[in-house]
Design a protein around this ligand. Sequence first.
Ligand SMILES: Nc1ncnc2c1ncn2[C@@H]1O[C@H](COP(=O)(O)OP(=O)(O)OP(=O)(O)O)[C@@H](O)[C@H]1O
Ligand SMILES: [Mg+2]
Length: 317
Amino acid sequence: MIEVKHLTKYYGRTLAVDDISFYIDAGSVVGFLGPNGAGKTTTLRMLTCFMPATSGSATVADYDVFSQSLQVRSRVGYMPENVPLYPEMRVREYLMFRAALRGLGHKRRSSAVDRAAERCWLAKPEDMMRRRIDQLSRGYRQRVGLADCLLHEPEVLVLDEPTIGLDPAQVREMRNLIRSLGENHTVILSSHILAEVEQICSRLVIISGGRIVAQGTSSELRRQVSGPSRVIVELKGGRPEQMAASVADVGGVLDVQHTRAGNWTRLTVQCAEEADLRQDVAALVTAKGYQLRELRREIGSLEDFFVQMTYEQTTRD
Ligand SMILES: Nc1ncnc2c1ncn2[C@@H]1O[C@H](COP(=O)(O)OP(=O)(O)OP(=O)(O)O)[C@@H](O)[C@H]1O
Ligand SMILES: [Mg+2]
């Protein structure tokens, strides 16, 4: 449905998007996750024909975003970072105006507006469609922005930080709304909140410093994260170096570091990928007659992974 190949964007001498490639299947909900300045908005703007690329190519629904922008625009609903609305207009009036801009005939306009309003929970309370936009709360304004991008019934929705600036209740509503839209649309959304992307999206693309640093389903990423695991052991009964050396001989152990913890020794045992060596370490400790007061496994969380991936990228540049 969406195919991006070697997309690159320079703003003057600033490299904002650096040779990114990815593919998105029809019907999936994909989260673009990255810290501030990662290049999310820039990528989404290129995909929605708002900005040319410096190099590379992208197709949406098999149309080229640079040479077939009319076809692409008619299939994409784009909600930008700051939804531009006309504050003095009333909700219905604004949506009717936007529907006219999208080329919907007079008859279709009214039903398109009603349908989008219903979808985005703008139909209630009853006077909502008659309210002035500058008198709406931020959450309702976001809903108007979302209704706007549904008017022409696009197949693809591109939502740039759709929950930013909303209060927790509105965030929850917006996430539910996007999830329900995901049932019959292909959705790309951007966010810098890992938990949000995990809740809404079936796939994650992690971007940092203009590059894709990881992508996959959250369980695929989790599997990568849980790669090298660690076992923490606290014990006594021998010299620290000697205890560390005997644990290092356990099969699957890559490295052992020792530190003091009062009159106990703490060993940090790096294990080969995904190995859980607690049982082997416990057997060794018993065989050697050491005393044991702690034995636990530590696995990096997806949050650690995200911070690590994005931090490594930032420090590399
Ligand atoms: N119009 C512009 N002119 C020059 N540089 C820009 C412009 N827009 C963005 N940039 C730069 O490009 C890089 C990527 O910006 P972009 O807005 O795509 O990031 P983002 O991931 O959307 O960040 P945020 O989470 O803050 O919205 C940044 O270094 C930014 O300063
Ligand atoms: Mg942005």
